[in-house]
Design a protein. Structure first.
Length: 493
């Protein structure tokens, strides 16, 4: 039944108005009839002649009586016709002005261009979070070919969505209709990525339940806990050899890894207790939270170790890169504009001075040598190309580690640049990845610490929320993020 509030005024009042009008019309017609009837019946007529034998002539009866007897029936018919006409007109007017949902619904508002763009942004961030969390979860269990295939399909859809978004930010297409359609395509691709992961969530859970997830998580936790000391020692050694600036990309990584392990310790204990008491769901939440925290601790420690290795490799390449660069510049003299060569010469001289003057950042030095040669049109082979590959790969992996372990605060711009860096030429990969890292760090600074001053701050919850392991909707960190898309990732609430 349609609510009277939807019509704008009470239906009962409308019905009473119609009834009162109908009564008024019927009363008026009836009154007129009864006023006219006496006049008509009081007309003086000659008495009907009596035939012989005392009977009235039949012809005279037929001519005099019906004129009076038909007045009241005709009046009733006229009144009924008037009422019927009134009702018909009233129904037509009500049908034309009716706004009841389901009969004549108003057209939904068209979202503005800003609304569609905002939806595309949030869709990209959510889809990227789902893919990253699902990838982390799949590192703990053999989910089977269908689950792996679903993750790969989701990654493909997400990559396509980011590609459309990057072209959109570059102004392609240029017309308003085309740009709106591009944003719709971004949202659709992200939705398909989420659908693929949602469809595989149940199968992932089945595979996860089949193993001893608690034992696996505890084993990985113990390995990482013993590894933190070794990583801290390796970073200290690298800092003494190459200087503090060389370690800037991983400053605080060991401490953040320890923070994730604090949460893992707490949640593994909760999982064990919940399992002993028969609380299966509580045990699952604890184990999954610990898995995510341990996975990110591994990423942080792995990133620190990788940087130490890259610094050693770069230090070995720099002398050879300087010699190769000087040889290339010598071969370009006379064919390349002198300003470019002059700039390249200055860069190489500065790097040589740093190398011979004391601690320096080998990766930064190698990057400058590579860029100097590339600016002259050379550097496509030999040691320069090898140096460019090392620099680009290191920047890409460092940016990806940072975004993944801070994704609770990182926005769409950094993620889009990072997606664009994958598969690009080394020079572009290095440039885009470094810019993505810069934007991601800015997002984290702006985001701040929503748990500052709370008891949860000391239990690793802050880092887990920042890393997207927990959704951060409650004081204890909220629901645990699970394998799946938007519809299933919150099932461990």
């Amino acid at each position: 039944m349609t609510s009277s509030l939807i019509r704008g005024r009470p239906r009962r009042a409308t019905g009473h108005i119609g009834v009162r009008v109908g009564h008024a019309v019927l009363g008026g017609v009836t009154g007129v009839v009864w006023l006219v009837l006496p006049v008509m019946t009081s007309t003086v007529r000659d008495p009907a002649p009596v035939a012989e034998g005392g009977t009235v002539a039949a012809a005279d009866v037929a001519d005099g009586v019906p004129a009076v007897d038909y007045v009241l029936p005709l009046a009733v018919v006229a009144a009924a016709g008037a009422l019927g006409g009134y009702g018909y007109v009233r129904r037509i007017r009500r049908a034309r002005s009716r706004t009841t949902p389901g009969i004549v619904s108003p057209a939904p508002p068209v979202p503005s261009a800003l609304d569609v763009e905002r939806q595309a942004r949030s869709s990209l961030v959510l889809a990227d979070d789902c893919v990253r969390a699902s990838r982390e979860a799949l590192g703990y269990v053999d989910g089977g070919e269908p689950v792996v295939r679903a993750l790969r399909a989701a990654e493909t859809e997400l990559a396509a969505a980011f590609a459309i978004w990057r072209r959109y930010e570059e102004g392609v297409p240029g017309d308003d209709a085309g740009r709106r359609q591009a944003l719709v395509g971004v949202v659709g691709r992200c939705a398909e990525a989420g659908r693929q992961l949602d469809a595989a969530a149940a199968e992932f859970d089945t595979a996860w339940e089949a193993g001893d997830a608690l034992a696996v998580a505890e084993g990985r936790f113990r390995k990482l806990a013993g590894r933190t000391g070794r990583v801290a020692g390796a970073l200290a050694e690298a800092g003494a050899r190459y200087g503090p600036a060389a370690l800037a990309p991983v400053v605080g990584y060991v401490e953040q890894a320890k923070d994730r392990l604090v949460l893992a310790t707490s949640r593994l204990n909760q999982a064990r207790q919940a399992g002993d008491s028969g609380d299966r769901e509580g045990s699952r939440r604890g184990v999954r939270a610990a898995e995510g925290a341990v996975a990110q601790a591994g990423v942080l420690l792995g990133g620190a170790e990788r940087l130490a290795r890259e610094l050693r490799t770069a230090a070995e390449l720099v002398p050879a890169a300087l010699t190769g660069a000087e040889a290339e510049l010598a071969g370009l003299r006379g064919t390349t504009p002198s300003p470019r060569l002059t700039h390249a010469d200055a860069v190489l001289a500065a790097v040589r001075e740093e190398v011979t003057g004391g601690p320096y950042d080998p990766l930064d030095a190698l990057r400058r040598v590579v860029r100097a040669v590339e600016g002259t049109g050379g550097g496509r082979s030999g040691v320069i190309a090898a140096g460019a590959e090392l620099v680009a790969r290191g920047a890409l992996e460092a940016a990806d580690d940072f975004v993944g372990t801070h994704r609770g605060a990182v926005g769409v711009q950094a993620r889009a640049l990072l997606a664009g860096a994958r598969g690009a030429a080394p020079a572009d990969t290095d440039r885009l990845a470094r810019k993505a890292r810069e934007l991601a760090e800015r997002d984290v600074r702006v985001h701040g610490n929503p748990y500052a001053g709370e008891a949860a701050h000391g239990s690793g919850v802050t880092g887990a929320v920042l890393g997207g392991v927990l959704l951060g909707e409650e004081g204890d960190g909220g629901p645990v993020v699970a394998f799946g898309g938007p519809e299933s990732r919150r099932r461990l609430g």
